[in-house]
Design a protein around this ligand. Structure first.
Ligand SMILES: Cc1ncc(COP(=O)(O)O)c(C=O)c1O
Length: 507
């Protein structure tokens, strides 16, 4: 439970007036892994309030001293933006308290105002508490699977500035944020063109449409992936031709691709699963021999390196996703396609916007597949910290590997020597998955299964007539894989708790 300090309470604290059990509140905030908010709309009141107490205490230069004290106090706190709806508070006798009540309502019950003000306590219901009452709240047990809230803290000021700029200029579709993001992402990946699209699914669709994949065609891909990969092939009327995976990396096994190529084959779509690239050079070489394009489904691998080159720039087209939980995630759906091919880039740009090459002129059929300016603004705010997050994911991954390496029967993620992984997932294989999942759930550790049913056994692909046993490696993986919590902001304590819980299953 986060806390928002009543400005009057904060003034007393900052001015050094004794406030009962404040130290315990701080400890409780830490134990809850929560945060303390100060209301940004109250800086004037804070400055004035602190300065007048300091003046009464006989402190020299009270205004300057107040500024310095507030700055120090705020260093480990978070500033909560004041919104326009929190300005119209003049029908109440307590405008300051009313602002806070409106602000705390934004947290959906995950934040309370801390105050000693009787009138605010009586008006605020369960949104307001004394410091003593806060200290009696139970500490949350367990750890989160991912933690986007901590990441938001790291980018909040830039994020809010960028979002408000979009609200200000109003170019919600094809706004300047989209152009800037495309330029920055193309530079990041090291390719000529990046085209922002509305999701990772649409990234695949736009790429496949540009390559004119359709009815009667076959597209080679992996059965061990999220549905979108095979789904978009089928959506265009083509036939997904599945090829089994490498048992160590879970990516398409290049040694089996050539057998699956027929005169109808139109493309190869490897997936860079769990954050590490497929063996792209080998796949490209096979494709080149047969005159086929390769689309890398890099939804889970943005930022990963393969032979020192970046995922998304390793084949004719790279398609990624900015789904919120992805290594680079927006606050909604988003995606991008990448290519060095000028003609293909032009085509993909047109396809993502109703196939138009200029306003209301449509040489081809396309779709509404654009990335919007608000999502681009979110991604622009996150991009500067992405490389640090990438390193932190590796740090967390390596720590898991080190701590779990000697458990018999448990298979840890294998990262091929030519690869770095962004650990979109940290995925183990365990002998009896249900026992494992139940034990971790009991210990307050969430898990996820990516993916429990390989695509060839999904009812939606029943028409292909593929039976159990067709792709033994993918089927075995689907039966045994389980992902542990993974995000770049994992604390040592949380990770210790997860490691202990895993080890306890096999002790
Ligand atoms: C391998 C893979 N491909 C495609 C997608 C689709 O991306 P989106 O959810 O952005 O449409 C995902 C998303 O989970 C994915 O993991």
């Amino acid at each position: 439970m986060n806390i928002l300090l009543d400005t009057r309470f904060a003034i007393r604290l900052i001015a050094g007036e004794a406030v009962p059990i404040w130290d315990q509140v701080v400890e409780h905030v830490l134990a809850m892994q929560s945060k303390v908010w100060l209301y940004a709309g109250a800086v004037g009141a804070l400055q004035q309030g602190v300065a007048s107490i300091l003046e009464a205490q006989g402190v020299a230069h009270p205004e300057t001293a107040a500024r310095a004290r507030i700055k120090t106090f705020a260093e480990d706190k978070h500033w909560l933006a004041a919104l326009s709806g929190e300005g119209d508070v003049w029908d109440t006798v307590d405008p300051v308290g009313e602002q806070l009540l409106r602000a705390v309502a934004r947290f959906d019950g995950k934040c309370v105002i801390i105050t000693l003000d009787e009138s605010l306590l009586s008006r605020g219901g369960d949104r307001v508490m004394t410091p003593d009452a806060y200290c009696t709240l139970p500490v949350r047990a367990g750890v989160p699977f991912i933690n986007l809230a901590v990441q938001q803290d790291a980018v909040r000021a830039d994020l809010e500035r960028r979002l408000h700029r979009v609200l200000g200029h109003g170019a919600y579709i094809n706004g300047p944020e989209v152009d800037l993001l495309e330029t920055m992402l193309a530079q990041y990946v090291g390719v000529q063109h990046c085209i922002g699209v509305s999701s990772g699914t649409d990234a695949l669709l736009v790429a496949m449409m540009a390559l004119e994949i359709g009815a009667g065609d076959e597209v080679i891909t992996t059965p061990f992936t999220f549905i979108a990969t095979g789904e978009m092939i089928a959506f265009l009327g083509a036939k997904p031709v599945f090829v089994d995976i490498d048992p160590k990396t879970y990516n398409l096994d290049p040694a089996q691709i050539e057998n699956a190529i027929t005169p109808k084959t139109k493309a190869i779509v490897p997936v860079s699963l769990y954050g590490q690239c497929a063996d792209m050079d080998t796949i490209n070489a096979i494709a080149c021999k047969h005159g086929l394009p390769v689309i890398e489904d890099a939804a889970q691998s943005f930022g990963a390196l393969y032979k020192d080159r970046k995922s998304c720039g390793l084949s004719m087209v790279g398609a990624t996703s900015f789904f919120p939980s992805k290594p680079l995630g927006a606050y909604g759906d988003g995606g991008a396609v990448f290519t060095n091919d000028d003609a293909l880039a032009k085509l993909m740009r047109e396809i993502r916007e109703h196939g138009q090459d200029r306003r209301y002129h449509h040489p081809r059929i396309g779709l509404n597949g654009r990335l919007d300016a608000l999502q681009a603004a979110v991604l622009l705010a996150k991009l500067p910290i992405f490389d640090q997050e990438r390193c932190d994911r590796v740090r967390v991954g390596n720590r898991y590997k080190q701590a779990l390496r000697d458990i018999e029967g448990v298979t840890l993620p294998y990262v091929a020597p030519e690869n770095t992984s962004v650990y979109a997932q940290f995925t183990l294989q365990v002998p009896d998955r249900q026992v494992f999942v139940d034990a971790l759930t009991q210990a307050g550790i969430p898990t996820a299964v990516h993916y429990p049913v390989p695509l060839h056994l999904q009812p939606a692909f029943g028409g292909l007539g593929l039976k159990e046993g067709t792709f033994p490696v993918a089927e075995s993986a689907a039966e045994h894989v389980v992902s542990l919590p993974m995000h770049p902001y994992m604390t040592d304590d949380d990770q210790e708790q997860i490691i202990d819980a895993v080890r306890a299953v096999y002790s």
